[in-house]
Design a protein around this ligand. Structure first.
Ligand code: PMP
Length: 604
């Protein structure tokens, strides 16, 4: 390839290294012109593929660990920008052609010895308000198709509404939204007040942040449409976990030595990030657990055991994942409580009027999902919560499918409990969060006993720590909590508002394509939807569709998605479920639609 011949024109000249900023800019422009060529970037440009802010000076994106320093911390000059002082904290990974290279980063600042990502709005503003030079900002492979489809869907407004039209950082208001109404999460006010939020992201650069997206399956480029099951991890998350084990690993809280301090700082700093991410009033409201499932069980075993008794009622919706059904059933059996279910309409949206009828003075808890994993429905959790509170009931919101797609603010929602899993928001497996209102957590008993959660122990009696330590018995998943903090940094850097807008366009594109294929029946057609396009195809088992897609390297889930009640409500036992994330593209959807169309045309 002779196309990429950068000229040195920045600080990189002194180091004798290629000018990374120029290469990134050229790569973005190059791949913008070659639809579907995003993956080639990781083959040809391994060293320059990680940045999603190509215009930042190389030094701002280079994190290098000074292994010679006494405390093994990166050296940080007065500017706050770690300088090249030794080996990269990231292991070189094998690259195409056997070459390996260190990976550029884009961290600035430092936190507890570990350099933190630059998520500042200033930085975003620099990308989105024309201060940048160079790369077009929304190089979506397939953006022409996207614009065409959006033009058909929104004829009156499409000229200014398609994300591709926002390239160059214009603060054009989108003319379409995920949903309207009280729980509208595409909040125009902050977007209008802060034009930087309108900054779209560079899809090619984003994709290069996720090493696994370069994988091939039987020689075919991997397409990952199983994001509702789990999401992939950006390099910054992978590296953050490695850094923890290489430089900070220790148990927390107890020991009085340097590594214990580093590990404790890293863990507690992640808790702070999560509190901010969820809009909690304090980090004391954030409990680390294994995931959403364990979080719901924690609430059942603490709040449920203390406040739910014989004859009391627990309301769930028909949309729930088994994780938000089974723990309540177990509790109901144990306590003699009753489970009541909010029905949904034929689109898969909960029926608020029916819900109102279920509420009464015996209702103790309403436990609902914010986004359905099987249908994609976004439930009106604002109204659900307000109505529950009006009868004195508490509310648990299962945010497992929500936090990666829409901005959540637990205080605005007035949720009593909110749970989610780290692995569905680009973080590690085995870590998740329970948010609980502080005043409520203080009233709850512990659910597991052991170290870390006690204030004092005698053989006669134990005094417990306040929340959150009271609910974190034993050694927690420290490294993955820290990794989850890095995932939150990443998501915040892209901006949930940008993610929501782009994913909405992907969902519209996929839905439009699926509807045009004879024999496709969409399961879940609510107006308010995120990420998921569940369907069945006439005369095919869902597993057959899944296999045909897998043969082309396209990963979707086919099955009951751990949500049997809602699928049975629609008369099916299983669906094919492509689910999208912000690193997916219209090109990938085209590949997916081509397989479904071929199956439909070759009817058995
Ligand atoms: N709730 C919902 C809506 C989910 O989609 C899932 C995972 N599919 C869960 C709860 C459980 O999450 P985890 O398995 O990570 O605990």
């Amino acid at each position: 390839m002779t196309i990429l011949t950068p000229t040195n024109n920045t600080g990189a000249a002194n180091s004798g290294l290629p000018d990374e900023a120029a290469l990134n800019r050229m790569a973005s422009e190059f791949f913008a012109l070659v639809p579907g060529a995003a993956q080639a970037a990781t083959q040809f440009l391994p060293s320059f593929s990680q940045g999603n802010t190509p215009e930042a000076p190389p030094s701002a994106r280079t994190l290098v660990h000074d292994s010679s320093s006494a405390q093994s911390k990166p050296s940080v000059p007065a500017s706050g920008v770690p300088q090249n002082a030794g080996s990269s904290i990231a292991p070189s990974r094998p690259q195409a052609g056997g070459a390996s290279s260190s990976t550029p980063y884009y961290f600035v600042g430092q936190e507890h010895g570990y350099p933190i990502a630059d998520n500042s709005l200033d930085s975003l503003a620099a990308q989105g308000t024309g201060k940048q030079s160079g790369a077009s900002a929304f190089n979506v492979p397939g953006q022409e198709q996207l614009q065409r489809i959006l033009g058909e869907l929104y004829p009156a407004t499409s000229a200014t509404s398609a994300p591709a039209q926002q390239a160059g950082g214009s603060a054009t208001q989108p003319a379409y939204y995920f949903q309207q109404g009280e729980q509208d999460y595409w909040d125009q006010a902050p977007r209008a007040a802060n034009p930087s939020l309108a900054a779209p992201f560079d899809i090619n650069a984003v994709r290069r942040d996720f090493p696994i997206l370069a994988e091939r399956v039987d020689g075919k480029q991997l397409v990952w449409f199983d994001n509702a099951a789990t999401t992939h991890k950006p390099k910054s998350v992978i590296d953050r976990i490695s850094y923890f084990y290489e430089h900070e690993n220790s148990n927390i809280h107890r020991a009085a030595h340097e590594l214990a301090a580093r590990a404790s700082d890293a863990y507690e700093s992640a808790r702070k990030k999560l509190a901010k991410f969820l809009g909690a009033a304090s980090e004391q409201e954030i409990i680390f657990v294994r995931g959403a499932t364990e979080g719901i069980n924690l609430v059942a075993q603490t709040f449920g055991k203390k406040f739910i008794g014989a004859g009391d009622e627990i309301i769930v919706s028909h949309l729930e994942h088994h994780a938000n059904i089974v723990p309540w059933q177990q509790l109901a059996v144990e306590k003699g409580a009753v489970i009541r279910v909010i029905p949904v309409d034929d689109s898969g949206q909960v029926l608020l009027d029916e819900y109102r009828k279920l509420l009464n003075s015996k209702t103790r808890l309403v436990a609902v999902t914010q986004v359905s994993n099987a249908l994609g429905t976004i439930a009106p959790v604002h109204e659900i919560t307000a109505l529950a509170h009006a009868v004195g009931a508490r509310v648990l919101i299962d945010g497992a499918q929500a936090v990666s797609h829409l901005r959540v603010n637990v205080q605005a929602l007035d949720a009593d409990f909110y749970v989610f899993s780290g692995h569905k928001v680009f973080g590690p497996t085995g870590i998740g969060v329970v948010y609980g209102k502080k005043a409520l957590l203080e009233q709850l008993p512990p659910w597991q006993g052991g170290g870390n959660m006690i204030a004092d122990v005698t053989f006669e009696h134990t005094r417990y720590q306040p929340a959150p330590a009271r609910f974190e018995a034993g050694t927690g998943n420290i490294a993955d909590a820290v990794g989850l903090g890095a995932a939150i940094d990443y998501v915040e850097r892209i901006g949930l508002e940008n993610i929501a807008l782009y994913e909405h366009a992907l969902l519209e594109y996929a839905t439009h394509g699926l509807k045009s294929i004879p024999g496709v029946r969409l399961i879940g057609t609510a107006h308010e939807k995120a990420s998921v396009a569940s369907f069945v195809l006439a005369r095919y088992e869902t597993a057959e569709v899944g296999k045909a897609l897998n043969d082309e390297g396209i990963a979707v889930r086919s099955g009951h998605h751990c949500a049997q009640p809602i699928l049975r409500r629609f008369g099916v036992e299983a669906t094919v479920r492509p689910s999208f994330a912000f690193y997916n593209t219209c090109e990938e959807i085209d590949r997916f639609l081509a397989v479904v169309r071929r199956l439909a045309n070759n009817r058995k």
